[in-house]
Every structure is written in structure tokens, then in C-alpha cells.
Design a protein around this ligand. Structure first.
Ligand code: NAD
Ligand code: UFG
Length: 335
């Protein structure tokens, strides 16, 4: 299938691009490089043996999007493009409403104009807020405590409204838990700008000597070792989940599906697993809790299994091995 992949030069988009090509699809990347490097392109070529088809542009440019959909003959869209830093979203909410919400509205308008009505959207477990139930099923009440999460909820609602506005729309909302790891070749991986906000890239930068030690945010949670518990999912599994969603996109629907492993891992368990994979200790210090963090968050992955026939294959050991392989080969990321 010809698929427009917005944000396809980013972390999850690039891994999904490789998986789509491997499965015989024809993805077209649409990205403005606001959080990606052009260095990704030769690497994608090396991984797939094909020069990636790439349109540089902003999803808020409806005219360019519309022209791209029509010229490329796209039949479906996988929509990754957006800004994703929780802290930044509280300081600069308009950037998040503009990029994420206005950007998605522009994309849907361009799709409507061209009769393209199949979309897979990158949502997040953040839409479950502070979980009332674990593991978290898709039917869990939706709420959120930060602007980034609000934009994901608004977009989910926009997509639900569009899909019920008339026949022909097929929408799959993929709610990711915590994507980590990298392609096993070490050619592509996560390359955050500045100080990493998230656990795995921070640990990677400590291991490679770019940072002294990890700050562990709180060891007094109601979890087995007191540190936060999350559902880490290998980015290759996540990419495979998108291919499974694309294979299910024909039927008219609006379906929300968790992509997680169903297993929770604490911060200290992750530190131990990474130390083993890298063959070196990861120095850390215990700090106070980070504002807005929840104690535990992990998926009920049952619907993904039933509906998409998809299940995560990789465990924490493989996630740490591949993250370390990427970071040690590319100490400064794509820079
Ligand atoms: P990323 O920043 O690596 O990728 C996003 C890509 O979109 C980048 O290449 C960026 O240049 C591009 N982009 C941003 N705004 C754009 C715009 N206006 N027009 C065109 N391109 C634009 O992030 P990622 O980790 O790959 O995340 C992809 C999606 O998954 C995002 O929507 C994110 O919110 C969602 N998500 C990510 C996580 C995570 O932990 N990484 C978890 C849940 C959901
Ligand atoms: N943590 C540390 N030190 C760090 C970074 C994180 O101890 O330097 C801890 C956190 O307190 C938390 C765990 O590691 O207990 C995971 O934190 P991350 O920041 O890696 O991930 P979050 O679960 O907080 O959030 C991420 C994304 C959100 C997304 C959510 C669910 O940042 O955007 O996963 O998909 F919504």
C-alpha cells in the first residue's frame, strides 16, 4: 500500500518506515525536520536498499500536504508528526496546540480533499492519566495532567468525530506505552536534542560518558522497589504494530488499541538490565519525585493480540542491548 508517513524521519517513524518497506508497502516520508536529522535518509537507504521518497514540509501546510497525497497516490496515512516533550508543553502550550492539534486538522482536511480516509494515529498511554486500574485496558477512563496529553486527547476526539461524520473513514488510534531500543544494526535509533527527558536515552548518555549519573526520580512509590514502573516496548515491536494496524485499516472503524508488552519494569530494574547489556555500572542518585509522574503504568495488550494479531516479541534485555549498540556506535546520535 502507498502510505504517507508524517514524522517519518523521527525516532518511531524511521523504524516503522523500515518495517513497512520490508513488508512490501510503499511509504512516503513527510517531515519538516524540526526534531530529526537529514542524516537519517542515507541510513534508511542502507537499511532498505531503496532511496526513501521524502517530502520536506510542515503538516500545517494543507496545500503541500494535499498536493503530496494526490501526486504520491497515497491510500492511507500513518501520522507520527508532532511535538512530544511534556515539560515543554507546559511552558509553550501554543506550540503544542499548533503543531499537534492544528497540524492534525490540516492533515485531515488534506485527506478529505483527496478522498484518503484511512489513518493510523500515534496516541499515547498518557491519555489514561493516573491509572485507576492495572493493567490498563482501552476502556479505561481518559484524562490527562499536561498540555501534551491534552493535545493527544483532543486529536483522538477529532478523529472520533471525523470517523462518525460519514462513511468510509477508518481510524486506528495506537496508544503507545514507553518506546525504547533501536534497530539491531545500530544504524538508526533515538537521538534527543539536549538533555534527555526520558529514562532510556538518559541512561544511554550516562553509559557513553556524556552525563555523570542518572537521577532516579523517587524511590518511595507504592511499587516493589519504590521506583516508577513502566511498560517499555521495543521500537521494532512498535513498528511491527503499525504494519499490523495498516493490514487492518480496510474496514471502516475508529478503534483505540494499546501497544505495550503488559509487563511493568521499575527504574532500578532498567538500570540493572542496562548495566548488564553494556557491561558497566550505571551510576545513579535518588532524587525527589518528578512532578506529574505516576507510580505505575502498564498495558493490557489483549486487544492488540485479538484484533491485530500482534504481540511484543522483545524483552528488556533486547531493548537494552539494542539501545546500547546504537548509542555506543553513535555516541552523539545523528550529530
Ligand atoms: P520524534 O520527535 O522523533 O518524531 C516526530 C517527527 O515529526 C520528527 O521527525 C519531527 O521532525 C516531525 N515533525 C514534528 N512536527 C512536525 C510538523 N509540524 N510537520 C512535519 N513534521 C513534523 O518523536 P517519536 O518519539 O518518533 O514520536 C512519534 C509520535 O509518537 C509523536 O506523535 C509522539 O507524540 C508519539 N508518542 C511518542 C512516545 C515516545 O515516548 N517516543 C510515546 C507515545 C506517543
Ligand atoms: N525517570 C528517572 N530519571 C530520568 C527519567 C525518568 O528516574 O532521568 C523515571 C520516571 O520518573 C519514570 C520512568 O523513569 O518513573 C519513566 O520515565 P520516562 O520519562 O522515560 O517516561 P514516562 O512514562 O514518564 O513518559 C513517557 C513519555 C510520555 C508518554 C508516556 C507514555 O515521555 O510522553 O511515556 O507513552 F506519554
Amino acid at each position: 500500500m502507498k502510505i504517507l508517513v508524517t514524522g517519518g524521519a523521527g525516532y518511531i517513524g524511521s523504524h516503522t518506515f523500515v518495517e513497512l518497506v520490508r513488508e512490501g508497502h510503499e511509504p512516503v516520508i513527510f517531515d519538516n525536520f524540526s526534531n530529526a536529522s537529514r542524516e537519517i535518509l542515507p541510513r534508511l537507504e542502507q537499511l532498505t536498499g531503496k532511496t526513501p521518497v521524502m517530502i520536506e514540509g510542515d503538516i500545517r501546510d494543507t496545500v503541500l500536504l494535499s498536493r503530496t497525497l494526490s501526486q504520491q497516490g497515497a491510500e492511507a496515512v500513518i501520522h507520527f508528526a508532532g511535538a512530544k516533550a511534556v515539560g515543554e508543553s507546559m511552558k509553550d502550550p501554543l506550540k503544542y496546540y499548533s503543531n499537534n492539534v492544528t497540524g492534525t486538522q490540516s492533515l485531515l482536511e488534506a485527506m478529505q480533499e483527496n478522498g484518503v480516509r484511512k489513518i493510523v494515529f500515534s496516541s499515547s498511554a498518557t491519555v489514561y492519566g493516573d491509572p485507576e486500574q492495572l493493567p490498563i485496558p482501552e476502556t479505561h477512563p481518559l484524562s490527562t495532567a499536561n498540555t501534551y496529553g491534552e493535545t493527544k486527547l483532543v486529536i483522538e476526539n477529532m478523529l472520533r468525530a471525523v470517523s462518525s461524520s460519514g462513511p468510509g473513514w477508518s481510524v486506528i488510534l495506537l496508544r503507545y506505552f514507553n518506546p525504547v531500543g533501536a534497530h539491531e544494526t545500530g544504524l538508526i535509533g533515538e537521538s534527543p536534542d539536549g538533555i534527555p527527558n526520558n529514562l532510556m536515552p538518559y541512561i544511554c548518555q550516562v553509559a557513553v560518558g556524556r552525563r555523570d549519573k542518572l537521577q532516579v526520580y523517587g524511590n518511595d512509590y507504592d511499587t516493589p522497589d519504590g521506583t516508577g514502573v513502566r511498560d517499555y516496548i521495543h521500537v521494532k515491536d512498535l513498528a511491527a504494530g503499525h504494519v499490523a494496524a495498516i493490514n487492518r485499516i480496510e474496514a471502516p472503524q475508529c478503534t483505540a488499541i494499546n501497544l505495550g508488552t503488559g509487563r511493568g519494569t521499575s527504574v532500578l530494574e532498567m538500570v540493572a538490565a542496562f548495566s548488564e547489556a553494556a557491561g558497566k555500572p550505571i551510576p545513579y542518585e535518588i532524587m525527589g519525585r518528578r512532578e506529574g509522574d505516576v507510580a505505575s503504568c502498564y498495558a493490557d495488550p489483549g486487544l492488540a493480540r485479538e484484533y491485530l494479531g500482534w504481540e511484543a516479541r522483545f524483552g528488556i534485555g533486547e531493548m537494552c542491548r539494542d539501545a546500547w549498540n546504537w548509542q555506543s556506535r553513535n555516541p552523539m546520535g545523528y550529530e
